[in-house]
Design a protein around this ligand. Structure first.
Ligand code: PMP
Length: 380
């Protein structure tokens, strides 16, 4: 089957305009051309991050971006508070531990969001945290966390707030400065509509003295080194030039649509998917109040393995949904609607789901989910 529909939370489909930009001739990364490209990107990406401060574009995957944040802030023995709502919250905590942090974890449960009262209590009880780690959008569960709320709490303490925005930034509104986020990380292959390979790491003013004073070893991941090169619109090491060219084009698309419209589109698509699965008698993992705008997790029906549904989708229909991770493996499937996603992607996903459910022995009224999605998409 030649035609595939990739509906996983990264990598996501890349728009033709971005592909075209990435196929432009290579330019030297120490050239004036690169400096101009870098400057253009920076001006635009700060609007997506909601910051006036530097956003470093680093040639890493998302995890490399998270490690950059940790390596520059955490020294062995430092106390760190990790707010965990799933797989990626756990990974952030693991990275901190790898750098010698003493990590206190609050696990809110897979499928639940961060409870601000619990965070407030924890911060009041122990003022010694150097950093608090949070996930904006927990990709493994499809849960959106309240970063503004967490930021307001952490801002009252000396701790830095480090946020993993890998599957959110670009698709979900975030206001780094206003919400008191000290380091915000995202990656290229999700809502930013690019192939994998870039991490974007923004650093606010509260973080710099901590970064400068940090004693942990770092070289490729050094933010002071990145800052030094950035002053000349350069990067410390050879960057992925093609992805920079693609990022320039992707940001143009986002700003032409209007960031408010981009965020509203993601919310609308998520609502359409949610209403569709509910109409089919399925249960979303996350409650409506904190369901992710970029990815929807759905329990498979009683007695039917989620991966059996995914197998039919992939092999018979050419549609790829993501499976569950960790403790949710085989129990849920995840439908991504992030980045270069529109109304008809949702209709296709739901129509395919109805067919696959029927094939695995969970007969549904064909068209019922599609209709529910259509109603939402028509604004009814
Ligand atoms: N954090 C979140 C929230 C993610 O969704 C992902 C990727 N699924 C990562 C971190 C890791 O990114 P990468 O795979 O690019 O290292």
């Amino acid at each position: 089957q030649d035609k595939h529909y990739l509906m996983i939370p990264g990598p996501t489909p890349v728009p033709p305009a971005v592909v075209a930009a990435m196929s432009r001739p290579m330019i030297g990364h120490r050239s004036e051309d690169f400096a101009a490209l870098h400057r253009r990107i920076e001006e635009k990406i700060r609007r997506v991050f909601g910051t006036v401060h530097e956003v470093f574009i680093l040639t890493h995957s998302g995890t490399g971006g998270l490690e950059t944040a940790i390596a520059n802030v955490v020294s062995p023995g430092d106390k760190v508070l990790a707010l965990i709502t799933g797989n990626f919250g756990e990974r952030f905590a693991k990275i901190a531990r790898a750098y010698g942090a003493e990590v206190d974890e609050i696990n809110f449960g897979w499928g639940k969001n961060v409870d601000l009262t619990v965070v407030a209590e924890k911060l009041a009880g122990d003022p010694g945290y150097k950093a608090v780690l949070a996930t904006q959008n927990e990709t493994s569960t499809g849960v959106l966390n309240d970063i503004a709320g967490i930021g307001a709490l952490v801002a009252k303490t000396p701790a830095l707030l480090l946020v993993d925005g890998v599957s959110g930034v670009g698709g979900i509104e975030i206001k780094m400065d206003e919400w008191h986020v000290d380091i915000l990380v995202t990656a290229s292959q999700k809502a930013m509509m690019l192939p994998p390979g870039l991490a974007m790491v923004a650093v606010g003013p509260k973080a710099w003295p901590v970064i400068e004073g940090n004693s942990a070893p770092r070289f490729y991941f050094s933010l002071p080194a990145a800052r030094k090169s950035f002053e000349k619109w350069n990067t410390a090491y050879t960057p992925n030039v093609s992805l920079f060219q693609g990022l320039d084009a992707a940001l143009d698309m986002m700003l032409a649509e209007g960031l408010e419209n981009v965020y509203a589109r993601h919310i609308l698509l998520a609502r359409a998917v949610r209403e569709a699965v509910l109409a089919l008698g399925l249960r979303p993992l996350a409650e409506a109040g904190y369901a992710s705008p970029t990815v929807t997790s759905v329990y498979s029906p009683e007695g039917i393995g989620a991966d059996d549904i995914r197998k039919v989708l992939k092999e018979e229909l050419g549609v790829t949904f993501a499976g569950g991770q960790g403790i949710l493996k085989g129990k849920i499937f995840r439908i991504a609607h992030m980045g270069f996603a529109d109304k008809m992607d949702v209709i296709l996903a739901v129509a395919a789901l109805e067919m696959a459910l029927t094939r695995v022995g969970y007969p549904v009224e064909l068209g019922k989910g599609v209709k529910a999605a259509q109603e939402v998409l028509l604004g009814r």
